[in-house]
Design a protein around this ligand. Structure first.
Ligand SMILES: [Zn+2]
Length: 134
């Protein structure tokens, strides 16, 4: 897995993974924020493996996260709420956190909790050494 960063084009709204600052296919410049970063690793599971988790940051949809996938989202300092969905299930244990100069990278692990009728995406705070290496 290459070092890719997820960004939403401010102009056309397309969500793409890019290695560095570049230009969107719509012609708008894509500039990665350099304050901090949010990393989310999806723990591998045979359950619902084919279905990507929907990623939402402060209610803004940011694409999907595949089974055993890792997403890096560069952000500016601020308060964030991370929400994820799976398939038809909207249930999620959201996490809220701050990205600050003292805490520039926020690490999370996400997995699916299988229920009788609905599944819940569980997001847990993690640490750098628990994230997969490239
Ligand atoms: Zn664009």
């Amino acid at each position: 897995m290459a070092n890719l960063f997820r960004i939403k084009c401010p102009s056309c709204g397309k969500v793409i993974d890019i290695p560095s600052n570049t230009t969107c296919s719509c012609g708008s410049p894509l500039v990665l924020p350099e304050d901090g970063m949010i990393e989310v690793y999806r723990i591998g599971s045979p359950f619902g493996a084919a279905i990507g988790f929907g990623v939402y940051l402060n209610e803004v949809p940011l694409g999907h996260l595949a089974n055993t996938g890792l997403v890096r989202i560069p952000v500016q300092y601020g308060h964030y709420k991370l929400h994820m969905t799976q398939g038809m299930s909207r249930k999620c244990k959201d996490v809220e956190f701050d990205v600050t100069p003292e805490n520039r990278i926020a690490y999370f692990k996400a997995h699916l909790n299988m229920g009788f009728f609905t599944n819940t995406v569980v997001i847990e705070p993690s640490t750098a050494d628990q994230m997969p290496k490239n």
